[in-house]
Design a binder for this molecule. Structure first.
Ligand code: ZN
Length: 240
C-alpha cells in the first residue's frame, strides 16, 4: 500500500493539484496531510475543500491554527501576519472552524504524524538540528513519524546516535526510529522550487521523496492579483 504524505500546501492550489495528480499517477490511493493547508498563497478555500475531499488524516499546522482563530498577530513578522489576516478574510466561518478542529498529532496505521515536533507541538518548534530531533524522539513511541513545518525535506534516524540529512529514499529498519520531514507542497525552502511530498510504501518499508514541477508563474500571479504580499509569490521561483 502506497500512502501519499504531504504538507505545507500554503494555499498554493497549482502546486497542490500537480502533486495530487503525480500521486495518482504513481498509484497512491490513500493520503495523509501534515498541516499548513493555508497561509501565504491565494487559494486557501479551494485547498481546504480539496483536502476535505481526500477524506484523509489531517493534523493542524501553525498557519491553520492562526487562520482559524482570532489570535493576536502583533508578535509575528509583518508579512506572515498580513498573509494570515488576508486568509481569515477569505475563508468561510465553517472553513475557519474546520481548521481549529484539526488534531495536533495523530496515529495512522503504525506511524505518527505531527506538523512540527512531538516535543510541545503547541509551541511549533522547528526540527533542524540534532538537539531538536533528540527532544522530539523523547516523545515518539512509534518507529516512524512524519512532519513538515520547516519546508525542508530532512530525515532523522535514531539508532545509538542520531544521523540526519537530505534524502531521496529512506529504508525503515526495524529497531531504529525515524522522523521524516516531507518538505512543502506550496512553498519549498530548500532551493528547489518544485513541490515536494513523499510516498510511504508500507509493505516495502520505504519512504521516497518526490518533486513535481508546476506553474509557479500562475501561483505567483494569483498572489499579486489577490492583494497578498508580492514577496509570497517571488520566493516560489527560488524555492526559498
Ligand atoms: Zn508551513
Amino acid at each position: 500500500m502506497k500512502i501519499g504524505i504531504f504538507g505545507d500546501v500554503h494555499a498554493n492550489l497549482d502546486a497542490f493539484e500537480a502533486v495530487l495528480q503525480d500521486m495518482h499517477d504513481k498509484g497512491v490511493r490513500s493520503h495523509v496531510c501534515l498541516g499548513d493547508i493555508v497561509g501565504y498563497g491565494a487559494h486557501p478555500a479551494e485547498c481546504i475543500d480539496l483536502v476535505k475531499q481526500l477524506n484523509c488524516t489531517v493534523v493542524r499546522g501553525n498557519h491553520d491554527h492562526y487562520c482559524g482563530t482570532q489570535t493576536d498577530l502583533s508578535a509575528m513578522n509583518a508579512r506572515a501576519a498580513l498573509s494570515i489576516s488576508w486568509t481569515r478574510d477569505n475563508l468561510s466561518e465553517e472553513q475557519r472552524e474546520y481548521l481549529i478542529t484539526l488534531p495536533m498529532r495523530e496515529e495512522v496505521e503504525e506511524f505518527t504524524v505531527v506538523h512540527s515536533s512531538l516535543d510541545s507541538p503547541e509551541n511549533w518548534p522547528y526540527v533542524f538540528h540534532q538537539e531538536d530531533a533528540e527532544a522530539h524522539f523523547a516523545f515518539q513511541k512509534s518507529a516512524l513519524c512524519f512532519c513538515g513545518h520547516t519546508h525542508v525535506p530532512l530525515a532523522f534516524e535514531l539508532s545509538d546516535t542520531i544521523r540526519s540529512g537530505l534524502y531521496q529514499k529512506v529504508r525503515i529498519k526495524s529497531g531504529n526510529k525515524y522522523l521524516i520531514n516531507v518538505g512543502s507542497v506550496g512553498q519549498p525552502r530548500d532551493g528547489d522550487p518544485r513541490a515536494a511530498y513523499a510516498i510511504y510504501d508500507i509493505y516495502d518499508s520505504i519512504v521516497e521523496l518526490h518533486r513535481v514541477a508546476y506553474d509557479v508563474g500562475k501561483a505567483a500571479k494569483a498572489i499579486v492579483d489577490g492583494g497578498l504580499p508580492p514577496k509570497n509569490g517571488e520566493r516560489l521561483f527560488e524555492g526559498r
